[in-house]
Each structure stands twice: as C-alpha cells, then as structure tokens.
Design a protein around this ligand. Structure first.
Ligand code: NAD
Ligand code: DAU
Length: 357
C-alpha cells in the first residue's frame, strides 16, 4: 500500500509514520507537512532516510501539489491541522484555512484519484463539553472554540463527500494525546518543561476541567484499525480510558519532578473553556481496540523522555515559542516568574497560587 500521510512531522503524525514503517514492511509513505511552528523534522530523525518514507515540505491547501501526490498513493490519512485551542482563540484564520479548506483540497484530490480510503483524524472536541455521560458517534456536534469548530466543519465535509461522491471516507475522533515529541504548548509537555526550567505550572480557572488522556501509541493503533477495518462512511471515537481533572494531572507532574504544590499556579481561564470531554468508543472496541498504556506508566515514561531530550525542547523553547509564551502567559521579558493566563475575562480570584492540597 502507498499512503499519503499529512502532518507527519507533528506530534501524532510522526509517531504514526514510524508505526507504519515498523508494522507494515511493504508500505510506502509520502509525508506531506508544511512545517509550521509545530512541525519539526527532528521528530522524524530516525526515519529521515528510510527507503520507504519520502518527506515533502508543502501545504495541504496547495491544490496542484496535493493533486500530484495523491496520484501516487492508494489512500490518504489527514493529520495536518492547526491544533492548539488557545492559538485558535487569538488567531482563528489559519485554523479555518488548514483544518477546513485543507481537508477540502485533500478530499477533492482523493475523489479525482478514485482512492481506496480517506481517513480524517478528528477530535472528541467536536462534541463540545459533555458535562455528564459519554458522547457516542451519533451525538450532535457542538464545538465550543474556533479549533473544534474547524475540525467539526471538516468532519461534515468528509461525510458529505462520502455520501455525495461515494468516496470511502472514515473519521476517527480521539481524546487528549500525550507522549514524546509533543510540542510544549500543550498542558502535559508545557508543565513538564516548565517544571524542568523552574517555571510555574499554569492551571486554567479552577483546575477542575476534565480530559480523557490517551498515550500516543494507543492512538496510532486505533488509527491503524480504523484505516484497515473501518466501514467506509463511518465515524469512530477513540478514548483513552483515563479521565482526570487537570489539577490531578498537574499535581502528578509536580510530584514526579519533586516540585512543591506551590509550583502550580492558578491563572485566568481560557475563554469558552469546555468543562469535560468524554467519548464512548465501543464501536472501535468491537474492531479489537484496547488502550494498553496506563496513565501512570505513560506519564512517567513521557517525563523521562523530556528529561532525556532536553536538546529537542530547549531548541523549541528558545525560538518563537519564547515570544508566544511571554504573550500568552503575560510573563516578564525573561519569561520567568508569575504567569497570569489569558488577558480578557480575568476573574481576580483565579490569579492565586496554590499553597497546598
Ligand atoms: P501538531 O500540532 O503536533 O502537528 C500538526 C502538524 O500539521 C505539524 O507538523 C504541522 O506542520 C502540520 N501542518 C499544519 N498546517 C499544515 C498545512 N497547511 N499543510 C501541511 N501540514 C500542516 O498536532 P498533533 O497533536 O500531532 O495533531 C495531529 C492531528 O490529530 C490533528 O488533526 C489534530 O486535530 C488531531 N488530534 C489531536 C489530538 C491531541 O491530543 N493532540 C487529539 C485528537 C485529535
Ligand atoms: O481533546 C482532544 C484535543 O486535545 C485535541 O483535539 C487538541 O488538538 C489538543 O490540543 C487537545 O486540546 P486541549 O485544549 O484539551 O489540550 P491542552 O493541552 O491545550 O489543554 C488540556 C487542558 O488543560 C484543558 O482543559 C486546558 C488546560 N490547560 C492548558 C494549558 C495549555 C491549563 O490548565 N493550563 C495550560 O497552560
């Protein structure tokens, strides 16, 4: 099989490229990635010269390029996206462009090539906040921020292309991933790398927002199952089975790094912050899916990875990330000291430091 994997220089995409090369000795992969701030060739260093992996720097919105590459493959797996909710709040435009228009460009190319399969990597965020119970695949889409609205837009487009043109489309909607190579803007790698640099671990609002955590390797196995065994036209939720309030996640990181609870700082909340994500993934479990990495093991391994790969994240944090961090968390020029979170809608009570728990 010849596959076009997009966004394969990002966090999950790079794991998936490696996974495919290991698992399927006859698969050939074209990896199309724009190398935005989140894309990083170093994530693929070990497979850079792999004979069955070809990396192409390019944009999924580039129609001629996508059309040309699509003719060389049998299926497409679309990981490419702008992915950070906080950035979508301050700059939504590129989320609409890549996450919606880009998906449309890929679908058009897939349609023209009469492709075997088109798999859209989506997110549990499209269901919006699920205060109680679990969303199954038929639950209404109620995205709550520009990122999840863009991903939901793409999902609708994908399903429409399946229905209208008979394209064999699939969608997977996964919960919060963590693991090696995750860009340090996301909660877990941000807190690990902040902790290693002696900076506060910022918690939005009351810290009681809940997410379901999945190790990236479990997500890769889920994507493999959906790609090969999913029923065309279907959506598959992917859960990790490890739902936790953010405050617990951050306390575990602080404890693992031998930091006192006072290292955790409550900061202004994210506007429109979804309280809880939770999906039912029985449909995928019926295909044989089981997440195998426990959160405790996975988190400990991830922390060890960041401790052992300081060069990887220090290079990122010394570059454009530094300005992002200063603006986003309103720190001093040196990036040290107290953080205050989002500027708008700052409830005074949220800017306190946790003393103990
Ligand atoms: P990431 O931000 O680490 O990587 C995204 C990659 O896409 C980067 O390499 C970037 O350069 C590339 N990219 C961005 N715009 C592009 C464009 N226009 N053309 C080509 N490449 C482009 O993201 P991630 O966390 O690895 O997420 C990958 C996918 O999985 C996304 O579609 C995301 O919505 C989805 N997802 C992520 C999570 C999670 O917890 N991280 C959970 C569920 C679903
Ligand atoms: O649910 C799947 C989604 O998970 C993916 O689709 C997204 O691409 C991915 O970024 C992730 O979105 P979240 O917004 O849930 O992830 P993030 O790591 O940004 O935040 C996790 C939780 O932690 C969320 O409730 C916000 C909170 N948070 C985040 C940051 C960056 C904090 O409390 N402090 C922070 O500094």
């Amino acid at each position: 099989m010849r596959l076009l994997v997009t966004g394969g220089a990002g966090f999950i995409g790079s794991h998936f490229v490696r996974y495919l090369l290991d698992r399927y000795p006859d698969y050939r992969i074209i990896n199309l990635d724009k190398l935005t701030y989140a894309g990083n060739r170093e994530n693929l260093r070990d497979v850079a010269r792999h004979p069955r992996h070809r990396f192409i720097k390019g944009d999924i919105c580039n129609r001629p390029l996508v059309a040309r590459l699509s003719r060389q493959v049998d299926a497409i797996v679309n990981f490419a996206a702008d992915t950070h909710v906080d950035r979508s709040i301050t700059r939504p435009a590129s989320f609409l462009q890549t996450d919606v228009i880009g998906a449309g460009v890929l679908l058009d190319a897939a349609r023209r090539c009469g492709h075997g399969r088109y798999l859209q990597i989506s997110t549990d965020e499209v269901y919006g906040s699920i205060e109680q119970g679990y969303a199954d695949e038929a639950a209404p889409l109620r995205p709550g921020n520009p990122y999840s609205a863009s991903k939901a837009g793409a999902d609708l487009l994908v399903l429409a292309y399946g229905r209208t043109y008979g394209l064999p489309v699939l969608i997977s909607r996964c919960s919060n991933n963590y693991g090696p190579y995750q860009y340090p803007e996301k909660l877990i790698p941000l807190c690990i790398t902040n902790g290693l640099e002696g900076l506060p671990l910022p918690l939005y609002g009351d810290g009681q927002y809940r997410r379901d955590w999945i190790h990236v390797s479990d997500h890769c196995r889920a994507v493999d199952l959906v790609l090969h065994h999913g029923i065309p036209g279907s959506v598959y939720n992917v859960g990790g089975g490890h739902e936790l309030p953010n405050v617990d996640v951050v306390h575990r990181i602080a404890a693992a790094l031998n930091l006192p609870a006072s290292a955790i700082q409550f900061v202004a909340d994210r506007p429109g912050h979804d309280r809880r994500y939770a999906v039912k993934d029985e449909k995928l479990r019926a295909l044989g899916y089981r997440p195998v990495t426990s959160f405790d093991e996975g988190l400990a391994e991830t922390i060890r990875w960041y401790q052992a790969h300081r060069g990887w994240w220090k290079k990122i944090r010394a570059g454009a990330f530094r300005r992002y961090y200063r603006q986003r968390y309103h720190t001093s020029r040196a990036g040290k000291g107290a953080v205050s979170g989002f500027k708008p809608q700052v409830p005074a009570t949220h800017s306190r430091t946790e003393k103990s728990r």
